[in-house]
Design a protein around this ligand. Structure first.
Ligand code: NAP
Length: 286
């Protein structure tokens, strides 16, 4: 495949890493970047992530083959509204947002209907750093990308977006929008919320200075993702609120049972729960 003019809207970790990976694979001729702040665009140019910086979004998308929206999910609708009047017939649009129901609804509202050239997507890859400085070409190698085409999505547009991610070394699969949001609520959104919550609880204790001094490997492993961008996770938790609430209620019920087991000295309950968890983690995470 070759992409003549790739446009990245939001040149941060995800959009920047995509541009770098496609450049390295030599499948893109020209990368145009648009971002909210000019300093981001200057940095992206300096790092060789993009070839051209555009501060006017109408100019950025002009003549584009592929447009990738890589801004926080809460900013997608406003972005789609801004590009809607300027899209040309040949242009394919995809996104990298962590929630899919909210992005599809944002597109429906912004474009008036779901365009056939729109293929929603989500790379299951990331690190806790954000911004274009954190972008690297290998981010997607061996990682999964989930596409959630809508009934309106054109077959050839889906194939192009799939090929784009495969060129980054990713394994691409397709999923129904609602199912994507349920699965990600369980595997990503709930864990992030729990990590933030634990660190916040400890940070607000009077002895927090001392507690953090003694935080060792286990604490660091469990809470690494609490260093992720708060604005991004604020957007995700609200955008996927229904599916996240289902998981939070389920988890709260299990936590209450564990609390009761600790209170009652029910070692057998604890051992069985820990054993099930260890076996599951060893099987799935190797
Ligand atoms: P990031 O590194 O913080 O980059 C975000 C980009 O969006 C920046 O270019 C920023 O522009 C721009 N932006 C921020 N707020 C905006 C707003 N209100 N309006 C317009 N543009 C705005 O974030 P990221 O990690 O690349 O995440 C981008 C998308 O990928 C998000 O939808 C996220 O859910 C999704 N995603 C993230 C991960 C992850 O682990 N990080 C994984 C998979 C998917 P300026 O720099 O110019 O301010």
């Amino acid at each position: 495949m070759n992409i003549d003019r790739l446009v990245i809207l939001g040149v941060g970790l995800i959009g920047g890493s995509l541009a770098l990976a496609l450049k390295r694979a030599a499948v893109v001729t020209h990368v145009v970047g648009w971002s909210r702040r000019e300093q981001t665009l200057l940095k992206a140019l300096e790092l060789g992530v993009i070839d051209q910086a555009e501060t006017e979004i109408s100019k950025a998308v002009q003549g584009a083959d592929l447009v990738v929206a890589a801004v926080p999910v809460g900013a997608m609708e406003a972005l789609f509204k801004r590009i809607a009047p300027h899209l040309e017939e040949q242009t394919i649009i995809t996104d990298a947002g962590s929630t899919k129901g909210s992005v599809v609804e944002a597109a429906r509202r912004a474009f008036g209907k779901l365009p056939s050239c729109f293929v929603p997507g989500h790379p299951i890859a990331g690190v806790e750093q954000s911004g274009v400085e954190a972008a690297f070409a290998d981010l997607y190698r061996g990682r999964r990308v989930i596409l959630t085409p809508t009934p309106e999505s054109d077959y050839t547009a889906v194939a192009r977006v799939r090929a784009m991610w495969e060129q980054c070394g990713a394994k691409v699969m397709e999923m129904d929008v609602a199912h994507h949001d349920e699965v990600l609520a369980a595997t990503s959104h709930l864990p992030h919320l729990l990590a933030y919550s634990l660190v916040d609880t400890l940070a607000r204790m009077d002895e927090s200075e001392e507690i953090f001094q003694f935080a060792a490997g286990g604490f660091r492993d469990f809470t690494r993702i609490a260093s992720s961008d708060p604005q991004m996770w604020h957007d995700i938790c609200l955008a996927n609120r229904d599916a996240l609430l289902v998981m939070l209620e389920r988890f709260s019920g299990d936590l209450t049972q564990l609390t009761e087991a600790v209170r009652n000295g029910d070692g057998e309950y604890l051992k069985q729960a820990f054993l099930r968890a260890k076996q599951a983690r060893d099987r799935f995470c190797g």
